[in-house]
Design a protein around this ligand. Structure first.
Ligand SMILES: *Cc1c(COP(=O)(O)O)cnc(C)c1O
Length: 455
């Protein structure tokens, strides 16, 4: 092994020169970085050769699993044919046009256009401007305010971090920017009090109505939310929530933006998360599962209602990225969607592995330190609790989550913790025995937490 590829050397080189996103650099200096070197199916391997089941599909994105030759081949073909051309000033490339057709084909005929970006954050910035431009073109230039939710996540650009409702992000860089307000989240376990989940869902949704009244309907452009909050802790809203939100947006004439960056492309057993919950979105940012993370690409799905105005009234939207619709990224996404269709992965999640995962995940609820185990499709949230009979949480929620997560990691399973919620989001190709293996390791992590006897 040469100098450069020596694993411990690589970690040292990385620490010396790589400033990490969302990673405590001081802690990394003490604990070291993990170098992930290879992936196959649902497994990843670090540079020491240790194997992990990736219960998180990278960052909620490797929907078709690692190591798919078909994507590498499609990318290589496109690289040789045309490595780059832009979509500005009236041009396109073959994979860009075909990808636009393929994505929109899964929206039930409602969203027939897409605007391409390179990431979910850029998709957020794009719809944020588009929503304002839409209302201005309709002669309502005061409709600019956007309402979002506390503990939502919409990316890390200035608009993305502002729309997100993460306090630790707002604290850095003087955010949020003007023109954005936040309402509560439908997180029954922590915030539902004595209400039933159904009543709490209505109450949380009606905060939107109150906020619109406060701001004035003529000043509000849009409401944005993830169908299921991902980074916030896989928070699955009560059934009453989304129909009520949709009613309010319709009656008060504000755009409903469904952030599909995690929920899109099969995660919930539907092509898009809003389809699972049965509501219609006016705009829908996508990324992650669009290419299964093989190359960076995102976009905003645009409903016919908004597209008509953007095309007929606005005409020239002065917005775009050098790499919008990048042909090589588009070729990767096109092949990814072809695989999802050919292997019927969305149906597999809905009818087969999703229900299997749901039952296995739910079985964890009998554990002493678990308050609630919820899932939809292949996304799961596990609420840790100090006393499940009273919904009493641990005094230091972060410590509880970290204890389980680290134990899982030591035992070959990548999980994520948001405070005292354990999050799972495996690749859509995961097998039943791999689900079993995952659940068994999580159970070991829960036993470990119980033994810690945290207050
Ligand atoms: C990841 C994520 C984003 C941001 O996407 P990036 O590609 O990281 O910029 C936006 N919204 C949601 C719901 C996400 O999970």
């Amino acid at each position: 092994m040469n100098q450069i590829h020596n694993p411990s050397n690589l970690a040292a080189i990385d620490l010396a020169h790589h400033l990490h996103p969302f990673g405590d650099m001081k802690q990394l200096g003490e604990k070291g970085v993990r170098v992930i070197a290879r992936g196959e199916g649902v497994y990843i391997y670090d540079s020491q050769g240790k194997k992990y089941l990736d219960g998180f599909a990278g960052l909620w994105c490797v929907n078709i699993g690692y190591g798919r030759r078909e994507i590498a081949d499609a990318v290589s073909r496109q690289m040789n044919e045309l490595p780059y051309y832009n979509s500005f000033f009236g041009t396109t490339t073959p994979p860009t046009a075909l990808l636009a057709q393929k994505i929109t084909a899964h929206t039930g005929g409602r969203m027939n256009h897409v605007f391409f970006t390179n990431s979910g954050s850029e998709a957020t910035d794009t719809w944020f401007r588009m929503a304002r431009v839409y209302w201005a073109a309709l002669g309502k230039p005061t409709k600019t305010h956007v309402i979002a939710r506390r503990n939502g996540y919409h990316g890390s650009t200035v608009a993305g971090a502002s729309l997100g409702g993460m306090k630790h992000m707002h604290e850095q860089g003087n955010l949020p920017i003007e023109g954005i307000s936040h309402i509560g989240q439908p997180y029954w376990y922590a915030e539902g009090g004595d209400l039933s989940p159904a009543d709490f869902g209505l109450k949380a949704a009606r905060e939107l109505e109150t906020k619109i009244d406060e701001l004035g309907e003529d000043n509000v452009a849009a409401f944005v939310a993830e169908p299921v909050q991902g980074a916030g802790g896989v928070i699955i809203p009560p059934d009453t929530y989304w129909p009520e939100i949709a009613r309010i947006c319709r009656e008060r004439n504000i755009l409903l933006v469904a952030d599909e960056v995690i929920c899109g492309f099969g995660r919930l057993g539907t092509w898009f998360g809003h389809q699972h919950f049965g509501f219609e979105a006016d705009l829908a940012p996508v990324a992650k599962g669009l290419s299964s993370g093989y190359l960076p690409i995102g976009g905003v799905l645009v409903s016919d209602r908004v597209a008509r105005v953007m095309i007929e009234e606005v005409g020239d939207f002065n917005h775009g990225y050098t790499y919008s619709g990048h042909p090589v990224c588009a070729a990767a996404a096109l092949e990814n969607l072809r695989i999802i269709e050919e292997e019927a992965l969305v149906e597999r999640v809905r009818d087969d592995i999703g229900p299997y995962f749901a039952a296995a995940w739910k079985s964890l609820e009998d554990h002493e330190v678990v308050g609630q185990a919820e899932s939809i499709g292949l996304i799961g949230g596990l609420q840790l609790a100090a006393d499940k009979s009273t919904r009493q949480r641990f005094a230091k929620p972060d410590d509880a989550g970290v204890a389980v997560r680290n134990h899982c990691l030591e035992n070959g399973l990548v999980m994520r913790a948001t405070a005292d919620r354990m999050l799972a989001s495996p690749a859509l190709i995961i097998t039943r025995s791999e689900v079993d293996q995952m659940i068994e390791t999580v159970r070991g992590g829960l036993d470990h937490l119980r033994e810690q006897r945290l207050p």
